[in-house]
Design a protein. Sequence first.
Length: 353
Amino acid sequence: MKPLSGELSRPPSDLGEPQDLEPVVHRDRESTVEAWEGEWRGRLLARWRKVIGQSSFRGFDRVAEVVDDFDAPDFHGTLLLQPTGPEQRQQVLLMEPRDPVVLPRPVAVVPYYHPDLMAGFDLERREPIRERTNVQFGRHLVQQGYVVACMEAFPYNTVPEPESNAGFAWWEAASDRLLADNPRWTGIGKLVHDTSRVVDLLLEQPEVDRGRVLAISHSLGGKMAFYTAAFDERIAACITSDFGIGMSFTNWEAPWYFGDQINEPGFALNGHQALALIAPRSFLMIAGEADRPESWQHILQAQRIYRLYGREHAAGGFMHMTGHQPTEESIRVAYRWLDEQFDLPDRRWCSDV
């Protein structure tokens, strides 16, 4: 079968409205990998760390509590409460394949609002979820032999559900608590931190491949996967579905992400500069609505860094442009691309997508 990486790394003919993007580094300063790794990447990382901020806590007990252990139609499940700080724990569903396809086993972290949808399994009712099968990335991947961890986002373990939970009330209440306790942090910093803790958990499992670690998700979860990959170099590949790479493409100014600082005069960081931090590791964007032709301008800027490593084909995108939800075709293409990046056999999973 013809490789996909070259095809998916080429932009469409129409890149949409021009974006005012600060170059990752000046053209005369990015001629070698040594120059990028020796100075310019560190400077860019320091800028991002200043924006992301840091928590007010340091050490905490990291031992996860096993809540339940069960068998589901597609996987063996372990439900855990994993500490993410001195007072908070997040719900994580660890999914293990019944018959590993390869050893050591590749792993995937799948962040989202709650573990259930990405796992394709209702944890309360203990039954499969029949709707929105295209985004059940955890189920898809465990059927391909991955050890998968589906996790929840911080609002749901930070404060109780508000009596009037209209719109983003729960997110707002949780962000208020988070920033009161950690005034030098950001919501996106918390989301990245929590996702990295799940990578810790995955790499503690037996017979896993530390060189094949995937971060993948949709929408909010795509935001978490993308920025975690930028800051956590253990992640070897990242697949995002319609997360909105550009700062103007979605609600990045919300307090549970970056906050109002991105609207201040002189703020110049944008998604292409986070993607540059992922280089030369693999990245694929599935674009449908929040991501759009303009998103390719971010990929093209970051490909200049990928090119230093001879890895420009490792960063690309698939544009279905049919709305926010990924299509079946886009998901199948993404898994074929992933198999190429991880040098795994082209695998199929038996259930519907």
